[in-house]
Structures are given as structure tokens and as C-alpha cells.
Design a protein around this ligand. Structure first.
Ligand SMILES: [Zn+2]
Length: 292
């Protein structure tokens, strides 16, 4: 689907086997930026190459023109098909410095962040050609550039990309909307990152990995909703931590999912990790500012 003059969005559905009897239906957006060449923002899960290539050919472009892949971060649904696309098109791969290790060594990522079904979601490790940092500007075409905005929280090295010429903001997984599955490493940083994105002027369209495109006046509402949701999660963790036996992360997770009135399938190792990160912060916070 063409979104702006230069950007096309491709919604990629996939399934995650949470356990032998539980399957979660998910999707992720890949964005295809077209100019004289083609630049991908993320690559979807393993096997998305065909969908991406078919789409590019359907709009009369050539896959040989995929010059670079700009990753928002290293998680499986973003880096999943980078290996085969790079192999076939010779595209260069860019990611924030803090995500490099997990892109170049997916076994390390799986060991340190064991997402259910990881091996099925990622084709393999990929050599990174260049690392990014906050404020970098990458000139794609004469009138097309990407500005890198570091948005830690969902992961340490998550980034958003701003295409100033179009007012397009591609935010990866930085913005967590109400009732989406809570997945992040640091709640306070997540809130700061959303507020940082909200301060950028002249954003006309917000393109998230987990949400449909949002335009104009909707964009501030999306950011506000996200900050409120993060706060609600913090409060739910505080409440359950105060009254429950918190020695079992899986049970703790289940209780928070129930407190947040989210579907039970969202109680899984990924959200358990999220809530443990919040709990750890609460426990380590001497002056208890996290408890508000
Ligand atoms: Zn992610």
C-alpha cells in the first residue's frame, strides 16, 4: 500500500508458537522507501523476502535496487529476513550500535532474549555494514533523507527514522498503544522516547511497526495514549508486586496481564521479561519514585 510519495507499507502477518497449545497471531509492518533506489525499513520475520520482492515487482520496481536495509532494532520480526535479502540483493545493513551484536549473532540474542519460536522467526545472523547513532542524517536521494532518532526503551538501541522532506516518522516498536502486548526493556526510557518523538515538529504521518498509519491530529493522541498505557502498566506491576508472591515470574506475569484485562495469550515469556524489568527497577529504586 502506497502511503506517501516515497513510502510503501507492507503488512506481514505471522504466527508465534508460544507453547505447543498456544499460538499468537501477530503482524509487523515493513516500510519500502522508493526513490532512485529502494531502501527497506526492517525486513519482517523469516520468509518475508518473497512478500517484499513480490510487492516491489508489483509496483514496477526491481529488487536489484534494494540498496540498504535500515533496521529499527534487532528483534526477530524486524531482522528476520535480512539475511536472504542481503544475500540476494547485496544490500547494506544498518542498525544502532547497541543492537549490532544481536543482529550479527542471533544465537546470542536467542540465549539472552529467548522469544518463543525464535528459530522460526529469524533466518540467521547478518553482517552489519554500518552503525547508527542519534542525529545521524543519511542522504538517500537529492530530496530524501533519513534522520536517526535514538528511542531506547523497547530495546537499548531502538531507533526511529524521520524523513523530514515528507514529514514521515517511522517509529519501529517505540510506541506501545493501549492493549498491545507489553514488550519493552525499560519503562522509563520508553516513556521518554515517546515524549521525544512527540516533540518533533511537522510530523504528518506516523508509521509504526505494530499499528496502521496515523495522520495529522491523530499522531499526538497516539503518543499520549502510549504514555498513558506505559503508566497503567507501571501501576499494575506496582499493585501486583505489593500483594502477590512474586517469586514466580510466569505467575506474576499472568496476574499483571489479568489486571490489565489483556488476553491470556499475552502472558508469555516475552511479557514476563517486560514485567520483570519493571519490577527490578521498583526494587532497586531507593526513593521509590517508581511507585507513583
Ligand atoms: Zn521489537
Amino acid at each position: 500500500m502506497q502511503i506517501t510519495k516515497n513510502i510503501h507499507a507492507l503488512k506481514i502477518p505471522f504466527k508465534v508458537n508460544i507453547s505447543p497449545d498456544k499460538i499468537a497471531e501477530r503482524f509487523v509492518y515493513v516500510y519500502i522507501v522508493c526513490g532512485k533506489k529502494i531502501w527497506l525499513i526492517d525486513t519482517g520475520v523469516a520468509g518475508s523476502k518473497k512478500l517484499i520482492f513480490d510487492y516491489i515487482e508489483s509496483i514496477g520496481k526491481s529488487i536489484c535496487d534494494i540498496e540498504s536495509i535500515f533496521l529499527t532494532h534487532s528483534h526477530p520480526d524486524h531482522v528476520g529476513s535480512a539475511k536472504s535479502i542481503k544475500q540476494e540483493c547485496g544490500s547494506k545493513v544498518y542498525v544502532h550500535n547497541l543492537e549490532r551484536n544481536w543482529v550479527e549473532d542471533v544465537d546470542l540474542q536467542c540465549a539472552q532474549r529467548p522469544v518463543p519460536g525464535f528459530k522460526n522467526l529469524v533466518e540467521g545472523s547478518v553482517k552489519v555494514d554500518g552503525v547508527l547513532k542519534d542525529g545521524d542524517i543519511i542522504n538517500l536521494d537529492e530530496n530524501l533523507s533519513l534522520r536517526v532518532i535514538h528511542t531506547p526503551g523497547h530495546s537499548n538501541g531502538s531507533v526511529a527514522y524521520l524523513i523530514r522532506e515528507e514529514g514521515s516518522l517511522l517509529c519501529g516498536d517505540a510506541v506501545l498503544s493501549s492493549n498491545q502486548m507489553p514488550v519493552f526493556d525499560d519503562l522509563a526510557e520508553s516513556i521518554n522516547s515517546v515524549k521525544k518523538l512527540d516533540k518533533i515538529n511537522d510530523v504528518e504521518i506516523l508509521l509504526s511497526s505494530w499499528d496502521d498509519p496515523r495522520k495529522g491530529g491523530q499522531i499526538h493522541d497516539v503518543f499520549e495514549d502510549s504514555v498513558n498505557y506505559f503508566t497503567k502498566i507501571q501501576q499494575a506491576v506496582n499493585k501486583i508486586a505489593a500483594k502477590e508472591n512474586i517469586s514466580d515470574p510466569a505467575e506474576f506475569c499472568k496476574d499483571i496481564i489479568s489486571e490489565l484485562k489483556l488476553p491470556p495469550v499475552m502472558a508469555n515469556p516475552v511479557t514476563a521479561r517486560t514485567f520483570q524489568s519493571v519490577l527490578k527497577k521498583i526494587q532497586s529504586c531507593k526513593n521509590c519514585c517508581c511507585r507513583n
